[in-house]
Design a protein around this ligand. Sequence first.
Ligand code: ASP
Length: 315
Amino acid sequence: MRARPLVRCVDVGSSPALLTHGGAGGWSRERAEKAVRVVKAAAEAGWRKLLELVEPLDAVAVAVKHLEDSGVLNAGRGSVLTLNGIVEMDAGLMDSNGVVGAVAAVRRIANPILAALIVARETPHVLMASVGAEKLAEAFGVRLHPGPLPERVAAAHLRRRRERDRLLLRLWLEKAGLAPADTVGAVARYEGLVAAGTSTGGVSFKLEGRVGDTPIPGAGFYASRRVACSATGIGEAILADMVCLRIAEGYGDSGLEGAVEGVLRRFGERHPRASVGVITVSSSGEACIGVYNAAMPYALMAEGIREAGICGEAR
Ligand code: ASP
């Protein structure tokens, strides 16, 4: 039986709002609990920033940086490794004023989301990759990726490398079998403005040079005038569907909930074996969390609202 999308929406009224996520995938209860603590703390950090009356884009960057620094999720310090044991990260962010920046396949910097913010604010470009993006980030003082790797990441990589030869063939043959894990993201709304950001180490065991949806505006993150969206899941499928763009463009009479549901249903029809999760917020105060074929830790902060949990079922 095909999985059905699961969508949860909260009306935050005219309140500022900030949501975070910790990645769509198969979560064990134990790991999910840890992740929920982290997404909650990141939402609180972003929320505090939002209340300083900064632009929502800065609040998103603060929340995502917190997630990157946790070492618990698949972004920044906790990034999974490529097939050859290298960290290669992607990140992007955008707001409803059209300020947009992203970095792809960066190895050396601790906070790809800050590098994306630098691309957005300090350059005429949208997407920068690899060494050039690293040099730019360093010039603006972004810290270097700290070693050594968290033990969890190193042990998991060793274990998986032993299976490499067998898996390689399957990897090529079954693209939809790529495993997403613990990518992070945030969306925020302040008065009429909305913003979104996403950061990831990508799918584990990916080939070097592979770039997923995360740094591509419209795919892994997007902000229109009215809707901000951060996505996680199988990047190849999210890219093919331009999930965040589609949600923003689909926002109409049926509200944000209808747009998210429609896009996730379509995603399930087109990629039944892939998974996706989104957090979204509209300029008129709807906040929606949605998953297809996955569970996803999330947290929501708004005036009088403190919510954190798993959307979907942990195993
Ligand atoms: N979407 C990310 C990628 O494909 C992975 C994830 O969300 O876990 O790189």
